[in-house]
Write a protein that binds this ligand. Sequence first.
Ligand code: LRH
Ligand code: MN
Length: 384
Amino acid sequence: MTTDIKAALRALHIETPSWAYGNSGTRFKVFAQQGVPRDPYEKLADAAQVHAHTGVAPTVALHIPWDKVADYGHLAAHARELGVGIGAINSNVFQDDAYMLGSVTNPDPAVRRKALAHLLECVDIMDATGSATLKLWFSDGTNYPGQDDIRARQDRLSEALAAVYARLGEDQRFLLEYKLFEPAFYTTDVPDWGTAYAHCLKLGPKAQVVVDTGHHAPGVNIEFIVAFLLREGKLGGFDFNSRFYADDDLMVGAADPFQLFRIMYEVVRGGGLEAGVAFMLDQCHNIEPKIPGQIRSVMNVQEATAKALLVDRDALAAAQTGGDVLGANAVLMDAYNTDVRPLLAELREETGLAPDPMAAYAKSGYFEKIAAERVGGTQAGWGA
Ligand code: LRH
Ligand code: MN
């Protein structure tokens, strides 16, 4: 049992986002921090630290144009030298003035062409970096009833998605991300899993859905969505984070570790650990140190997954088929209430890592090094 669990945990790869290493904040304030990267090369160096201390964060998601460089092949080679790889390429059709009334759903065909050109450029970047995954999130929506035709916007969205789908290479896929609201406050053109699923189903196997844990209405049962999409073969990935209110982008598992456990149980139960599901973090460390924030987040996903793998599936199935409500719930809670930190510390030592990645990073002196070196230049953030 433990051997299989350890094998599954060793195979669990969590992708970190380049933008988590840059400055981030809210409309009220973006607080700058010491040692923040000034370019994608430095972001990769910081991401490599997370992998070096956890052993399970071997890829880094890029965001275009935040990670725009002259030579993407050179950037990918730099990543390899650091011991990491380039993961999902994230498009950005939410920061250009042209997209005020939408990007691929904009009433103006010239704006739609501009947005599509960016999405196709992101596929070129996938080709140049060896990335197999394009992540599509659209901020598109409206703020007032009547502002635009809801159905016509779906027609425009569908047309753009089909054009991107046709451009994908044999081993490439795109993940369509949904979000309930923000920055639009009346309609959002991809507001929920059903809309994303319907568009992906129509397109084909290279189109799947990404579940960002901060993109649901309060009270939504996310693990149900996960179970359903996995069953349909349409769960392409996660944007992990946590929230108390809206899209807070806090550390995954920080606000609701029990929800993360329930989600990872449905992943385990649905074969999601072996189904090429991309486990990505999508977070902003607005006030906490960024590299330790990422290390802690990776550990939170590891702990939730270890607990999910500990569920006694036979006992659970027996209680479920026997209608033993309390018994079934108790089987799940036993796993959730198991302290898996010793198991994970042991696993790290067996793979030549320090048992406590947070302590190891703090002792490494890396922060002091980058704080001293990274003086001058422009710190990276959500600006191009
Ligand atoms: C949108 C989102 C999307 C990214 C952005 C950084 O809220 O979740 O995944 O492009 O955050
Ligand atoms: Mn996201």
